[in-house]
Every structure is written in structure tokens, then in C-alpha cells.
Design a protein. Structure first.
Length: 51
């Protein structure tokens, strides 16, 4: 299974990026200092951006 997974990972990394694809904005890791719901909202915004 590990060999299959590694092969799949290589195939994914070698796949061409579709025309018009934009990289989503970076999202930092949650540090526990702010509202966790706000962090989840930020993740949802980025996921919506990607779709």
C-alpha cells in the first residue's frame, strides 16, 4: 500500500496546474489566542475561494 500511495503522490505532484488556477491565500495555523469560530470561518472562506 505504501508504494501505491507514494506513486499516487508523485503523480499528483507531476500533474499540470489547470489554466486559470489561482493559489488560495495562505492561512496560518490556529494558535489558540483568538476565537476558534473566526478561524473556522476563515478556512471556509478559503475553501469557497477554491471552488
Amino acid at each position: 500500500m505504501r508504494e501505491i500511495t507514494a506513486s499516487l503522490s508523485r503523480d499528483i505532484m507531476r500533474a499540470p496546474i489547470p489554466a486559470g488556477f489561482e493559489r488560495p491565500p495562505p492561512l496560518g495555523t490556529y494558535d489558540g489566542q483568538t476565537d476558534p469560530d473566526e478561524h473556522i470561518d476563515n478556512i471556509n472562506v478559503i475553501l469557497d475561494f477554491c471552488m
